[in-house]
Design a protein around this ligand. Sequence first.
Ligand code: KG4
Ligand code: ZN
Length: 350
Amino acid sequence: MLILGIETSCDETSAAVVEETGDAARPWTIRSNVIASQVPIHREWGGVVSELASRQHIRDICGVVERALKEARAGWADLGAIAVTQGPGLVGSLLVGVSFAKAAAVAAGLPLVAVHHLAGHIESLVLQNGELPLPAVVLVVSGGHTSLYLVDRPGHYALLSRTRDDAAGEAYDKVAKLLGLGYPGGPVVDRLARGGNDRAIALPTTRLTHADRNAPELKGDLDFSFSGLKTAVARYVKSATGSHPMSETEVADVCASFQRIVVTGLLDRLFDAARRYQARSIGVAGGVSANSRLRAELDARGQRREMPTFLPSLTLSTDNAAMIAAAGIRKFRAGVTASLDLNADPALAL
Ligand code: KG4
Ligand code: ZN
């Protein structure tokens, strides 16, 4: 079976065709994965402007879907279902994908599958690497989310912890803004950090030990927090630039020191959780999983502890529709489809 995936939750318009292989260990393969990025549009404003994002999705969606079908050498009649991101994300952006998917499902007489964006990120790991040894602990770390999940059986995602404030990618974007490095911040901070001293600046690590009043069902000690770190960087930058503009070396040192704290904080919790839940594998997905230090340290720590670790390719790390199609097939095969009164849900829970 072929499935068409559609993703419009933030600032990428994407459509993909994914095929079932019939191989239980490597269940899916990508036939096409077209991504129209809006980064150049939002860069001018220093971040994603939601109204501009939804308007651009409207301009791009038809062409992106047509190209995904063409590259996959598939027509509407070859498809078995359409999967679309229902949420979470920007409501105006989500609505473009959901409306398009509903219209296409009616016109082509195809079943519709509603996908949670983070289930897509988790399934990007399976799309890339085949089924993970379960139970797996998976960290989804992006511009909007930093959440840890236990996957004890395929398609079942139990939330273990999440950030109490900023997402890790959001912290990257804010730090880049403070340093005048532009949007999005992750790739540029990552690049500059490679030339800096990661011990040059003392920045705080946050370790939460108490439950969150807003989520008492979670123990809370695996939760993340990045707003204090961002504030510490802001304070440092303000004091450093009081007397002179920051040199390139100083900027690189800030990037490296910040990145060390973020990556260590993410991986410490991830490996703690793996031990606590006796995981047989570890995965990291989402935009920040493209980070070079995170990728290298995940690999090194996994080898030291003889724990298999998994990452998506760089293309599958950031938002894309192939991962939505993959999560959609999983749900479709579990017998779950959506009705035509499906609505976008910007705060959808997983
Ligand atoms: O998953 P994604 O494309 O969109 C969301 O669902 O949020 O993630 C985008 C985020 C941005 O915050 C961006 O700065 C961050 O991922 N990012 C990175 C890197 N590449 C992208 N963060 C750190 N290092 C990178 N190399
Ligand atoms: Zn995402």
